[in-house]
Design a protein around this ligand. Sequence first.
Ligand SMILES: NC(=O)c1ccc[n+]([C@@H]2O[C@H](COP(=O)([O-])OP(=O)(O)OC[C@H]3O[C@@H](n4cnc5c(N)ncnc54)[C@H](OP(=O)(O)O)[C@@H]3O)[C@@H](O)[C@H]2O)c1
Length: 223
Amino acid sequence: MTRPYVILNAAMTLDGKIATAAGDSRISCEADLDRVHELRASVDAVVVGVGTVLADNPSLTVRRARGESPTRIVIDSYAKTPLDARVLDNSAPTIIASTRSAPKRRLQELRAAGAKIIVAGEKEVNLRGLLEKLRSLGVRKLLLEGGSTLNWSMLKEGLVDEVRVTVAPRIVGGATAKTLVGGAGFGEVRKGVGLELVRVVKVGRDLLLTYRVKGGKGAKKTG
Ligand SMILES: NC(=O)c1ccc[n+]([C@@H]2O[C@H](COP(=O)([O-])OP(=O)(O)OC[C@H]3O[C@@H](n4cnc5c(N)ncnc54)[C@H](OP(=O)(O)O)[C@@H]3O)[C@@H](O)[C@H]2O)c1
């Protein structure tokens, strides 16, 4: 079964944090925010974990660039997305990807708030199954906008094809601050996800690094 082409995009500090320990995730400079909105306008859908919805309440729409807002997708096993979350406003379609463990009533409330519900998995969202379903619904290009836990699952399952990371010239520290990729992690460096650096550009005061994931779609077959 085919799945969409997946681009992971994130902004991190030089020490790899995507938010401070206190939860501040305003890392990108103005020029980088413009770039992210242009990127959103170029994809069919954008996906985040429910942790990001609860922490940042993002709207995930295109406001700083021309073009249409993509479909917004929240990975939310237990349907915890608040009914007043910005992702549920009527500025773009929204899909809540949930599981058979989610309370039926919550799913009904989210449906009544305008979201389409896709049930994939028992206790956590079956990401591969979901991506295949999304592809069958016409999603060819999918933007993954975090957070740390969802980035880990997507990378571990081999569902990411390209990584674009903005490195801001800040160091914030904090042992509990979320990093670009969380989860259990790999025990050995050689087992980590292999990347090939394809582009380095300065965006405003930040540095944008673009990598192709080895073995991903669009990767060279050798190496
Ligand atoms: N700087 C940036 O570019 C950027 C971008 C985005 C987010 N952030 C930051 O990232 C932080 C949020 O990250 P987070 O790690 O707490 O949350 P997250 O990755 O946004 O969401 C993770 C949640 O998704 C749900 N989920 C369901 N199925 C899953 C699966 N198969 N794999 C992984 N997750 C699954 C789980 O909750 P359930 O069990 O309830 O379903 C899980 O706890 C915030 O501090 C935010 O500010 C930064």
